[in-house]
Write a protein that binds this ligand. Structure first.
Ligand SMILES: [Mn+2]
Length: 424
């Protein structure tokens, strides 16, 4: 668990970067209606959660910086016996004061009155531009009259890039649960007749282990469906002899995992599947090996494209000179996506890969990035040897950058052909 002291330190780190005479505001997520009077499961806004650890809706965090000193203020839902009977206990003002190491706590109802008070002498406003709450609109009206206003998400994104030991521990826990889920899928694939059956086996493991949600909608794609990159229908029959691409990861206490494995329906890879799989696996391992401080994501991207292109030439999927094919981007038909992305509270942590000046970020110790090369061959692609058609393979792990180089946090999840076949 992340301590109140750690949350306080994060707020202090953010406060240091704020301008004098500034007001900065973070809003909680807003409960969304699913239909009529039913609601979606509530999930806290990631930036708000990162700064508070508070999981309730209808909350607002304010940083008021004057004369070099920052006051933090939290607005929360008042206790309300009737509402709590229906939707559960609220922390309320009193308990919030006790729990959070925040200077002042008020009821949400007081927000607009207090805001007017805080605005005295303020020359700049910051808030998360991705927040679409009614309160954000009130703030935006003020912001328009300001000398300056800026996106508060920007400095928070940068902080979130570097994971603390407690955050890494939570990511490890998420991955440990996801590992069990993928191993169960490998074991159950022969017994499942539909993609959704396998999805249920995976998500059963998530829930059973207190990962109350997936970090993103699971992809369970049999055969040619794997060639639709964000296939989430998961409603087709599984055919004996096909591969199944499973991209699934749980969220544990607000931390994501993101793992892809490609496994055989029958428990055994065919010769053609083996050839393609070994090629992608070799590339995945080579790229992971490159990860160390001061390397750029584009270097990993470029290398993955070179290796996959060369591999596809070797297998006869692409024909010609590797350098020329790369120059003409021919490989992109079969490998159209990025090599990986930041991961943390969000499965795709939102920090950009370049700074404001367009300069690319260097990987540094404490960052977590996925590595996920893939090859996708449509079933009706007559340019490719028949035996490879209708196969889509992606292999994805979650990598922590360390001082020494890297640690593959998902190292323990079966990945070689031998390991996967053993689970069947
Ligand atoms: Mn991913």
């Amino acid at each position: 668990m992340i301590s109140e002291t750690e949350y306080k330190k994060r707020r202090e780190t953010l406060a240091e970067q704020l301008k004098n005479n500034s007001l900065s505001v973070l809003f909680s997520a807003v409960q969304q209606i699913r239909s009529n009077d039913t609601e979606y499961v509530f999930r806290q806004n990631s930036n708000f959660y990162y700064m508070t650890g508070f999981k309730e809706d209808n909350a607002t965090l304010v940083f008021l910086k004057k004369k070099g000193k920052t006051k933090t203020i939290l607005f929360v839902q008042k206790k309300d016996k009737l509402k709590e009977l229906w939707t559960g206990k609220r922390l309320g003002v009193k308990q919030s004061k006790k729990r959070f190491l925040i200077d002042k706590v008020y009821a949400q109802e007081d927000f607009e009155t207090k805001l007017k008070e805080y605005m005295q002498g303020i020359t700049s406003i910051n808030y998360d531009f991705n927040s679409y709450t009614d309160k954000a609109k009130v703030l935006h009206a003020y912001a328009k009259d300001m000398l300056s206003y800026a996106n508060l998400a920007k400095p928070i994104e940068q902080m979130r890039l570097y994971k603390s030991p407690t955050e890494i521990a939570l990511i490890r826990k998420a991955i440990a649960i996801t590992k069990e889920a993928h191993h169960r899928a490998m074991h159950m694939s022969k017994k499942c007749n539909y993609e959704y059956e396998l999805q249920a086996e995976i998500e059963y493991v998530f829930k059973k282990n207190a990962a109350l949600s997936d970090a993103y909608t699971s992809i369970v794609a049999g055969g040619n469906n794997a060639n639709t990159l964000h296939y989430i229908d998961n409603n087709k029959p599984l055919h004996h002899g096909d591969l199944i691409l499973i991209d699934a990861g749980c969220e544990y206490n607000y931390y994501a995992s993101d793992i892809t494995r490609s496994i055989p329906t029958s428990g055994k890879f065919t010769q053609a599947q083996k050839e393609l799989y070994e090629m992608v696996l070799e590339v995945e391992l080579a790229i992971i090996k490159m990860i160390q401080p001061n390397i750029k994501r584009t270097q990993l991207q470029k290398k993955s494209e070179e290796l996959l292109c060369a591999g596809m030439v070797k297998l006869g999927i692409l024909k010609g000179d590797v350098k020329k094919l790369l120059k003409k981007q021919k490989h992109k038909k079969y490998y159209p996506h990025g090599i990986g992305h930041w991961m943390g509270i969000d499965v795709h942590d939102q920090a950009p890969y370049k700074d404001e000046n367009g300069k690319e970020l260097l990987l540094q110790s404490g960052m977590v990035m996925t590595i996920e090369p893939g090859v996708y061959i449509e079933k009706d692609d007559t340019n490719v040897p028949l035996k490879y058609r209708g196969i889509g393979i992606r292999i994805e792990d979650d990598i922590l950058v360390t001082d020494e180089g890297h640690e593959n946090l998902s190292q323990g999840i079966a990945k070689t052909i031998n390991e996967i076949e053993k689970y069947a």
